[in-house]
Design a protein around this ligand. Structure first.
Ligand code: AMP
Length: 216
C-alpha cells in the first residue's frame, strides 16, 4: 500500500504519518525531514537548500526527486507514506516512474482539507520533541510542565521549526496554492483521490484515513 498524504503546511500530514508507521508498519518518506537533516548535518546540499527553506519557497524538483529516488532504491517496505512529496506536477510524474521501476504503484492519495485560518493558528503554535518527533501544540497539547516528552521521556528537547513563522508561512501557503494544489485535480482525474476533513480531532482524522485505506 503506497499512499500520498496531500495537504497544505499544518494540515497534520506528519502527525498522521507517524500513526501509520506505528500502527501499520509503513515507512514514512518526508522530504521536509530529509532536507532538514541535510541542513543540520551541513552537507553541500543542506547549505544550498537552507535559505530556500527558511523563506518557505520550494526546493528544486531535481533535489527532492533525487532524495526520494535514493530511498526507493534502498528501502524495502510493505508500504510507503509520501509526506510532503510530491509538491509539483513534475514530482508527481517522477513518483509514478520511480514506483513503476520498482514494480509498484500508488494506491491512494488522501487530501487533508483544512481551512487557512486554522492552518496559521496551528503552525504558529506547534512544537516537536527533538528526540522522537512527538508533536505538541500550545493550545491543544501543550509542552508538559515537567519538561519531559510524554512519548519518549526526553527532557527539554522541544523545538520549533525555523520556518514556522508568519512570514515564511505566507510563502509556504502561496507555494502550496500555486504549485501543489493542481495535484488535487491531477489525482482526481486519475481516480486516486480521497478527501478527508483534516480539522477534526486527531483520532477523528486517524479514523477517516483508516477508512480510506481499509477500502482501497
Ligand atoms: P515540510 O516539512 O514538508 O513542511 O517541508 C519544509 C520545507 O522543505 C518546504 O517549505 C520546502 O522548502 C522544502 N520541501 C519539502 N518537501 C519539498 C518538496 N517535495 N518539493 C520542494 N520543496 C520541498
Amino acid at each position: 500500500m503506497n499512499l500520498i498524504l496531500l495537504g497544505p503546511p499544518g494540515a497534520g500530514k506528519g502527525t498522521q504519518a507517524r500513526f501509520l508507521v506505528e500502527e501499520r508498519g509503513m515507512v514514512q518518506l518526508s522530504t521536509g525531514d530529509m532536507l532538514r537533516a541535510a541542513k543540520d548535518s551541513g552537507t553541500e546540499m543542506g547549505q544550498i537548500v537552507a535559505d530556500v527553506m527558511a523563506r518557505g519557497a520550494l526546493v528544486t524538483d531535481e533535489i527532492v526527486i533525487g532524495l526520494i529516488r535514493e530511498q526507493l532504491e534502498t528501502v524495502e517496505a510493505s508500504g510507503f507514506i509520501f509526506d510532503g512529496f510530491p509538491r509539483t506536477l513534475a514530482q508527481a510524474d517522477a513518483l509514478n516512474d520511480l514506483l513503476a521501476e520498482k514494480g509498484q504503484a500508488l494506491d491512494a492519495v488522501i487530501e487533508m482539507e483544512v481551512d487557512d485560518e486554522a492552518l496559521v493558528a496551528r503552525i504558529t503554535a506547534r512544537a516537536t520533541c527533538g528526540a522522537c518527533g512527538e508533536v505538541y501544540n500550545d493550545n491543544t497539547k501543550p509542552i508538559p510542565a515537567d519538561g519531559k516528552c510524554t512519548n519518549c521521556g526526553a527532557e527539554n528537547q522541544f523545538k520549533r521549526r525555523a520556518d514556522d513563522n508568519e512570514e515564511s508561512l505566507r510563502t509556504r501557503l502561496m507555494e502550496y496554492y500555486k504549485k501543489t494544489s493542481p495535484l488535487i485535480g491531477y489525482y482526481y482525474a486519475k481516480g486516486q483521490l480521497s478527501k478527508i476533513d483534516g480539522l477534526g480531532s486527531m483520532d477523528g482524522v486517524k479514523a477517516a484515513i483508516a477508512g480510506v485505506l481499509d477500502n482501497t
